[in-house]
Design a protein around this ligand. Structure first.
Ligand code: M6R
Length: 391
């Protein structure tokens, strides 16, 4: 490269940085800005999807007929990292509403397996960037088997959209921080809608249940806003302050909350370099519970919100306390029992069990960011990471 070319590149990189920095507004970092943008992303995604008059949810992006949707007998969700974690939640959403078996596959592993594509399999690729190399390879494998691809992505004209029969456009706008936040909840929003839509077309969920689930979805933006209120953030940050010196932070939950634990531990690891591990709470008792070190008061973040497994979670919290763990409980507003058992509590608004990941992860994004901040990390640019892994 000539000296001139190099210097003009340097200038343009510097200009880009200045431009990006100016877009931070009053926020100290993009991660916090993007966390706060989530209510807007969710509101925009849910808006106008349900016609109260006809009682129908619309998803005009999907070009499959009702007959074709009825014939679907398997769905592969393929994705990496945070998008993979969204896929795990999506599996439960789709299986519950549409009664189609769903397999969620880490895209980079999918390519080295021998997936069984039936003639009526469809694949859903999830990707913030729409360019991730591993997911592109998995798409190529599915396409070679004539499997139609639906992509959920934040980037409209990305490589993945070009390979797909349909794109569900995540409405997050550009995400600058390496740690995915608003793109993740934006992906969850599309998965929730897609699950209801598939169920509607297959007749596996009643019109009444779709309407009530949709109503609950439209409440989520304000519920997320309440988690991002000053007092709520103060409680989350106070809990984080009791954990930031730890070597390991363990996240436990059940059902869709277990998938949230995986994403929360990824957020912690990538932003703070503290080891985090997400477990299905009961599975945690089959070995990993030995990691709780009373001397170190190992932090255990327990997702114990109102759900069919709350009681069981409270029992596990007692057990963890008995071994000397420092328990941070995520509990539904007003749950004094959970608060009394734990060392700290983070309250979340009451929400339909299937939609717990939307609110719980927002609290845990704030939690991870706080720990990273207390450790003096570069919040938006963690070491060794790039926004899209394209090779
Ligand atoms: O762009 P993609 O969603 O396909 O990227 C996949 C992962 O690299 C990505 O989700 C990564 O895990 C997150 N940036 C972590 O916050």
């Amino acid at each position: 490269m000539s000296e001139n070319a190099e210097s003009s590149n340097t200038i343009s990189a510097a200009q880009t940085t200045v431009k990006a920095e100016s877009q931070k507004g009053d926020y100290p970092d993009f991660m916090l800005k993007e966390i706060h943008e989530q209510p807007r992303v969710l509101r925009d995604t849910f808006a106008g999807r349900f016609d109260a008059q006809s009682g129908k949810l619309n998803m005009n992006e999907i070009p499959l007929s009702t007959e074709e949707i009825n014939a679907v007998d398997r769905i592969y969700i393929i994705a990496c990292g945070t998008s993979y974690h969204a896929g795990i939640v999506g599996k439960d959403m789709i299986e519950q509403a549409a009664r189609i078996p769903v397999e969620v596959q880490i895209a980079s592993e999918f390519c080295y397996r021998q997936p069984v594509f039936t003639p009526n399999t469809i694949a859903i690729a999830i990707s913030q960037s729409g360019e991730t190399g591993d997911t592109m390879d998995a798409i190529a494998l599915a396409k070679a088997a004539d499997t139609p691809i639906i992509t959920i992505t934040n980037v409209a004209d990305s490589s993945m959209t070009k390979e797909s029969i349909a794109t569900l456009q995540v409405l997050a706008d550009q995400e600058v921080s390496i740690a995915a936040t608003k793109s993740y909840t934006g992906q969850l929003a599309h998965l929730a809608l897609l699950a209801l839509y598939l169920g509607q077309e297959r007749g596996t969920i009643s019109a009444e249940d779709i309407s009530s689930a949709y109503e609950d979805l439209t409440q989520i933006p304000q519920q997320v806003e309440s988690i991002l209120s000053e007092s709520s953030i103060a409680a989350i940050e106070a809990a984080a302050a009791t954990c930031y010196k730890a070597h390991d932070v363990i996240f436990i939950g059940r059902g869709v909350a277990a998938a949230t634990c995986m994403e929360a531990s990824l957020k912690l690891k990538e932003t703070s370099y503290v080891h985090g591990e997400g477990y299905a709470a009961n599975e945690f008792r089959h070995g990993p519970i030995a990691m709780i070190d009373a001397e170190a008061a190992t932090p255990v973040v327990a997702l114990a919100m109102e759900s069919k497994t709350r009681e069981r979670m409270l029992t596990i919290i007692k057990e963890v306390k008995g071994y000397g763990g420092n328990v941070v409980a995520l509990a539904t507003e007003g749950d004094t029992q959970a608060a009394n058992l734990a060392d700290s509590v983070i309250y979340l608004p009451r929400i339909r069990e299937m939609y717990l990941p939307f609110t719980a992860i927002v609290a845990l994004q704030v939690f991870a960011r706080r720990i990273a901040l207390l450790l003096g990390r570069d919040i938006d640019h963690p070491r060794g990471l790039v926004k899209a892994v394209v090779d």
